[in-house]
Design a binder for this molecule. Structure first.
Ligand code: HDD
Length: 751
């Protein structure tokens, strides 16, 4: 019943009285109005008209419009509401017994708002917690048809994808550029259901059997007592594990190489790691390994640079990917297959294809391109998409099946199981980012976070009540059919095949395939990481592992650690190096590379020209000046970094602008930034030059810009370009950048 007029008046009076008792007026404070029991009016007064923020209609992951307008740049709708849709007139004050009184339990909005906030975080992934994703499209070439019947590999077939890159060991808030393996997980929303290729940027794994996964991860994660170090393998438990599990040696070699510190997600290779079984339309099978080859080439940071970035810009890799996509420099990878005969032994050239610590050298089985991936859209919401995406190796489509690789087999359990905790229940495939684009007609019902409203009464088969639906697909409807793989006569046993026992030949193959400078990096990485261990026995044990890989590697690391060189315990097998494993020695496109330009206000014409050429070349110019703000009166040139905010690790090459040197025609008076003869060069510019130099980056200067290089003492060094014409300088620097770094600057001492 509504309160009558008299009751209402009495209530208002009571409120007045109570308010006065609870909140005695503060002397000097303006008198406040008691709350009214009439229709609430907006206490903030009339609101300004809302800008039109609605973008195009949202599209569900299945491609169908959801009906909800997508908010391009802000929040949705006109009025703030509760989650039940009631409009709210105030979200800034809790409901209290008077202005200074206690908060009332009755305040549903307060409780709902804080309750929801309290539960905003979900458990981070137990591994690969830190990651970054992007949407894209995969286009098949049709070249795989003779070995694989999957529809998404068909000629010109376009399949939407979502890719999540990650580090393995660090927590969600850790730095991007730590030394670690990178995850490269791709969800293909194919017409035949989702296919998830959950790989890494390293083609082998630490262990051969998934039962050891908890052990290797416990060893790699921070020590359980102090929970340090974060996102690092440079600590005792990691090296304790890998030195006692020599099967890890191959993966460790890759981690200690430049592959462990990629320049960008865009410049990483990806690998499916395991051997998969492919089936063609005739039902014939082949074994295969998946490869992602980046169009921009494979490039890495140098270790000091990676460490600096961890502090200066811990989001370096995610920023790089997001910026590139936002600017239209869409990264691309070609998907390739190494196709291998499906023999009863499942080996190739003596390599056990079920052993995930082994590669098949590309020289023995070339990678055949089967399609191209382009990442072209950043997520709208990190949590909804990148955090909630759930990959699983069991998401297979007709044409691709698993093998009996014991690591792969255990993963088939883990990726389903882990989502139960992380995504709080069994309905995670209903989360928009995980929903297949193919029609779903399962008979999975109920459970936490059930979003579907299933019609019908008979979610079982066979049934006569729901018209017998759904039906099982016949062969012509292209169901997923497991390959009827004959099994060898076997007994139940907890044992690996003897073919898994060779732990040194392929690490040695990797080592011998590297160029001298890459070998030197590997030596330094081992020396650094083992140098961070406290236990002498661990270092000695790992040296013994290295002795079995290669005597030079072992001797160099032992020298750095100041320890004796142990004698190997195995005789090395002869290996043929695989040159494709080296990242050095080729040239690559420079798209998306960042060129730092130290501005000289006396030479803005040169800066303008160079900036335009950099942009036209698909690269990113970063103008650096002593202070921020516009550099030209028309605002056409703006300082993007100052000497305070710029640090060399942000760019791939450095240019120093300068007015023509004294004596040149029409030399204007110079207000030097980078230093003219007689000027003092700002020490922060010198530091930038020194760091770029140490990190083997190309450095160029024109006009008086050369002074800073001269002051730094590098004018005659390799990879330093000094010329009077800014465009010529840029051209020469770009050519150096095509080879990624100027390694000639630091001739390697190892051959
Ligand atoms: Fe794993 C996540 C890659 C072995 C158990 N793994 C995860 C991710 C990648 C890989 C890229 C992140 C997926 C994402 O972005 O959401 N994992 C690999 C590769 C392996 C491998 C290439 C070996 C070849 N993993 C492996 C084993 C097990 C797991 C042997 C367990 C027996 N991996 C998991 C997991 C994770 C995971 C615990 C954590 C979050 C998730 O699955 O969804 O289930």
């Amino acid at each position: 019943r509504k309160p009558g007029k008299l009751v209402k008046a009495a209530l208002e009076k009571a409120v007045d009285k109570v308010t006065e008792l609870v909140n005695p007026p503060i002397p000097g404070a303006p008198a406040s109005e008691p709350p009214s029991l009439d229709e609430p009016t907006d206490p903030r007064g009339p609101l300004p008209p809302k800008p039109d923020q609605t973008g195009p209609e949202t599209v569900s992951p299945t491609g169908a419009p959801t009906g909800a307008p997508q908010v391009a740049n802000g929040q949705q709708g006109d009025f703030l509401t509760t989650s039940a849709g009631a409009r709210l007139y105030d979200t800034d004050h809790s409901l209290k017994a008077g202005e200074r009184g206690p908060t009332l339990l009755q305040d549903h909005h307060l409780r709902e708002k804080v309750m929801h906030f309290d539960h905003e975080r979900i458990p981070e992934r137990v591994v690969h917690a830190r990651g970054y994703g992007a949407h894209g499209v995969f286009v098949g070439y049709g070249t795989a048809a003779n070995v694989c019947m999957s529809a998404f590999l068909g000629d010109g077939v376009e399949t939407p994808v979502f890719v999540r890159f990650s580090t393995v060991l660090g927590s969600r808030g850790s730095a991007d550029t730590v030394r670690d393996t990178r995850g490269f997980a791709t969800k293909f929303y194919t017409q035949e259901g989702n296919f998830d290729l959950v790989g890494n940027n390293i083609p082998v794994f630490f262990i051969q059997d998934g039962i050891k996964f908890p052990d290797v991860i416990h060893a790699g994660k921070p020590h359980p007592d102090r929970e340090i170090p974060q996102a690092q393998s440079a600590h005792d438990t990691f090296w304790d594990f890998v030195s006692t599990h020599t099967e890890a040696t191959h993966h460790v070699m890759w981690n200690m190489s430049d592959r462990g510190i990629p320049r960008s997600y865009r410049t990483m290779e990806g690998f499916g790691v395991h051997t998969f079984r492919l089936v063609n339309a005739e039902g014939e099978t082949a074994l295969a390994k998946f490869h992602w080859k980046p169009k921009l080439g494979v490039h890495s940071l140098v270790w000091e640079e990676a460490q600096m970035i961890s502090g200066i810009d811990p989001d370096f890799h995610r920023r790089d990917l997001a910026d590139a996509i936002e600017s239209g420099a869409y990264p691309q990878w070609e998907l390739g297959l190494q196709v291998l005969p499906d023999t009863p032994r499942q080996t190739f050239e003596g390599i056990d294809l079920l052993d995930p610590t082994k590669i098949v050298p590309e020289e023995l089985a070339p990678v055949q391109p089967v399609g191209i991936l382009t990442l072209n859209r950043n997520p709208l919401n990190y949590f909804a998409e990148t955090e909630q995406v759930a990959f699983h190796l069991g998401n297979l489509v007709p044409g691709i099946d698993v093998t009996d690789d014991p690591l792969l087999q255990s993963r088939l359990f883990s990726y389903l199981d882990t989502q139960l905790t992380r995504l709080a229940g069994p309905n995670f495939n209903q989360i928009p980012i995980n929903r297949p684009h193919a029609p779903v007609n399962d008979m999975l019902r109920d459970g936490f976070h059930q979003h579907a409203v299933h019609a019908g009464v008979a979610p079982y088969r066979p049934n006569s009540l729901d018209g017998g639906n759904p039906f099982e697909a016949g062969v012509e409807e292209r169901p997923f059919v497991e390959v009827a793989q004959p099994l060898p006569k076997a007994v139940k046993i907890r044992q690996s095949p003897t073919s898994f026992a060779d732990h040194y030949t392929q690490p040695r193959l990797f080592w011998l395939s590297l160029s001298p400078i890459e070998k030197e990096h590997v030596v330094r990485a081992f020396t650094f990481e083992l140098g961070k261990c406290y236990e002498q026995t661990i270092k000695e044990r790992e040296l013994l592992v290295l002795a079995n890989v290669d005597p030079t590697l072992c001797a160099e690391v032992a020298k750095g650690l100041g320890l004796p060189v142990p004698a190997p315990t195995t005789r090395p097998k002869k290996v043929t190096p695989s040159p494709v494993l080296s990242q050095i020695g080729q040239t690559w496109p420079t798209d998306g590379r960042v060129i730092g330009i130290v501005v000289d206000p006396a030479d803005l014409d040169g800066v303008r020209t160079v900036r335009e050429v950099v942009l036209a070349g698909g690269m990113v110019p970063l103008l650096i000046a002593p202070t921020g703000g516009p550099l030209t009166a028309d605002g056409g040139l703006v300082a993007q970094r100052t000497f305070l905010t710029a640090r060399s690790v942000e760019f791939d090459a450095l240019l120093l602008a300068g007015s023509p040197p004294p004596g040149a025609d029409a030399a204007p008076a110079r207000d030097a930034k980078a230093g003219a003869p007689g000027d003092t060069v700002d020490p922060r510019v010198i530091l930038m030059i020194q760091e770029c130099f140490r990190h083997a980056k190309a450095i160029g200067a024109w006009g008086n810009g050369r002074t800073a290089i001269e002051v730094a003492g590098y004018a005659a060094e390799p990879g330093i370009v000094i010329d009077d014409d800014p465009s010529d300088v840029l051209k020469a620097v770009t050519m150096l950048l095509e080879a990624h770094r100027v390694w000639e600057r630091f001739p390697a001492t190892i051959s």
